[in-house]
Design a protein around this ligand. Structure first.
Ligand SMILES: NC(=O)C1=CN([C@@H]2O[C@H](COP(=O)(O)OP(=O)(O)OC[C@H]3O[C@@H](n4cnc5c(N)ncnc54)[C@H](O)[C@@H]3O)[C@@H](O)[C@H]2O)C=CC1
Ligand SMILES: O=C(O)[C@H]1O[C@H](OP(=O)(O)OP(=O)(O)OC[C@H]2O[C@@H](n3ccc(=O)[nH]c3=O)[C@H](O)[C@@H]2O)[C@H](O)[C@@H](O)[C@@H]1O
Length: 448
């Protein structure tokens, strides 16, 4: 099919490239001229493993094109997918301005019947609202049918997630539209849930909110493990082996960040408030997350007594590994809090250095390698579990510090830190100096 994609951020670009890969003819349109110029020359404007190679291949096969001209993008499209941003607005609710502009543009430009598919995460009722805007702006007597198709990919594994998703959700009351969308996705062989528009919109928010809940829950249990002498990884593993609980999203740490969980949790809380309901669990999830992000700062303050003048090296700045995205990354709040305590803050990230200057206060000194950041530091805060930090070969680098005091916000340093007497290791949800012990006898048997 011929498909237009509006917005070439994470979701738009990954969707476009993957739809091209499964045989569709894709044209992506964006208002950002620099981005379109970059993409037209085969350059991916953000860090996402595997995406560049796939883009190259689809460009060579002439299955994907880029333009800033919406009229050209929509000219032959049978479906228009919208994936523009819905960032948090000043009132805490998503800012829908980009979507409204796109709806008006579609109304003005489409000259034939078309399906509009909203991938952006939007408050319940927004798809119907956008359908009205499109209808009000139509210049030609054509039919435009709108469906909700929320996106579930994760940054850092976006391509994998698109090809191996657990489900595709299609929200529409129109059986024909549902059938066309199912046909578009058919080559992916992913189960499709067809529901009404509002339920599709709610599935997206409820899913993100539930995952955020799992994280805040395990973080509280981790804090209790510290007090009571249990080991959080062992606890999470033992819980996760129960398939009713599931092993995923039980990694304790410094809380969730990123462009979606914080914004979507706030949006769902906002929607509940507007409708006169209360989501008490979710309120607590947010509160716990805010507190957890400060956990390492509190640990360091209690270890040193006073952080004034202490040189603290932040290792990892992106909100998770395999992405350069620093939106709502825990590193931002942590850097600000350390500066407030009078600490001297230095930082390094393997891929986000291009964004670091924009996001971090000018007082934070940036370095191009972990060794440089660590040299002469009084403490290191591991904030993102980049593979570089998890390898045993990383541990000797900690010796460049004035004192090798390490606060590991992701529990990702290899157990070998504990074998190095020079390193004082402060993980989350484990007692100082305690190694992981879990083994499953069944798995042990298999290893043999
Ligand atoms: N980032 C992620 O991993 C995921 C994001 N989502 C949701 O998908 C939506 C998009 O998110 P991202 O891809 O992160 O956004 P983004 O902020 O990375 O990119 C949005 C793009 O839309 C473009 N744009 C804005 N106005 C436009 C217009 N009028 N016409 C054409 N292009 C326009 C921008 O220039 C930008 O390139 C959001 O609602 C988000 O909540 C959903 C699942 C995963
Ligand atoms: O709506 C979205 O944008 C996306 O939000 C998340 O994806 P993403 O934000 O890319 O990354 P995650 O892997 O979910 O991680 C989010 C945050 O939670 C943290 N996290 C995750 C898992 C875990 O066990 N513990 C934990 O602290 C990560 O470090 C990170 O800061 C969801 O996982 C996606 O399904 C969804 O499509």
């Amino acid at each position: 099919m011929r498909i237009a994609i509006v917005g070439t951020g994470y979701v738009g670009l990954v969707t476009g490239v993957c739809l091209a890969k499964i045989g569709h003819q894709v044209t992506c349109v964006d208002v950002d001229e620099d981005k379109i110029a970059q993409l037209s020359s085969g350059e991916v404007p953000f860090y996402e493993p595997g995406l560049g190679e796939m883009l190259d291949q689809q460009r060579k096969e002439k299955r994907i094109a880029f333009t800033v001209n919406p009229g050209a993008a929509f000219a032959n499209a049978e479906a228009i997918f919208i994936a523009v941003g819905t960032p948090q607005g000043i009132d805490g609710m998503p800012d829908l301005q980009a979507l409204i502009t796109v709806a008006q543009t579609i109304g003005r430009h489409v000259q034939h019947d078309v399906i509009v598919v909203i991938k952006s995460t939007v408050p319940i009722g927004t798809n119907t609202f956008l359908a009205q805007i499109i209808a009000e702006h139509l210049v030609h007597p054509v039919s435009v049918r709108v469906a909700s198709n929320p996106e579930f990919l994760r940054e850092g594994s976006a391509v994998y997630d698109t090809f191996h998703g657990d489900r595709i959700v299609i929200g529409t009351d129109d059986a024909e539209v549902a059938g066309i969308l199912a046909a578009i996705y058919e080559p992916l062989h992913i189960p499709i849930l067809h529901t009404d528009i509002r339920s599709a919109e709610m599935i997206k928010y409820a899913s993100n909110a539930f995952l955020a809940t799992k994280i805040s829950f395990i973080n509280e249990i981790a804090n209790l493990c510290e007090s009571l002498g249990a080991t959080i990884e062992d606890v999470a593993r033992g819980m996760g082996m129960d398939q009713r609980i599931g092993e995923k999203f039980l990694r304790a740490g410094i809380g969730y960040g990123g462009s979606c969980f914080p914004k979507d949790v706030k949006a769902l809380l906002g929607m509940a408030e507007l409708s006169g309901d209360q989501l008490q669990i979710l309120q607590a999830v947010e509160r716990v997350n805010r507190k957890q992000q400060m956990r390492l700062v509190e640990k360091a303050a209690s270890r040193f007594g006073d952080l004034r003048g202490k040189r603290i090296a932040l290792l990892g700045l992106s909100f998770k590994p395999d992405t350069d995205d620093m939106r709502e990354a825990p590193s931002l709040g942590i850097a600000a809090a350390l500066l407030e305590h009078g600490a001297q803050v230095v930082a390094y990230d393997p891929v986000s250095m291009n964004h670091a200057r924009t996001y971090l206060p000018a007082q934070v000194e940036l370095f191009e390698s972990a060794e440089q950041a660590l040299a002469g530091a009084d403490a290191a805060f591991v904030l993102t579990e980049w593979q570089e930090f998890t390898l045993p070969a990383f541990v000797p680098k900690l010796r460049a510090m004035r004192e090798a005091v390490v606060f590991d916000g992701r529990n990702c340093l290899h157990d070998s830190v504990l074998e190095d007497d020079a390193v004082e290791y402060h993980p989350i949800g484990r007692q100082l100096g305690k190694k992981l012990v879990t083994t499953s006898f069944h798995e042990k048997g298999r290893e043999r």
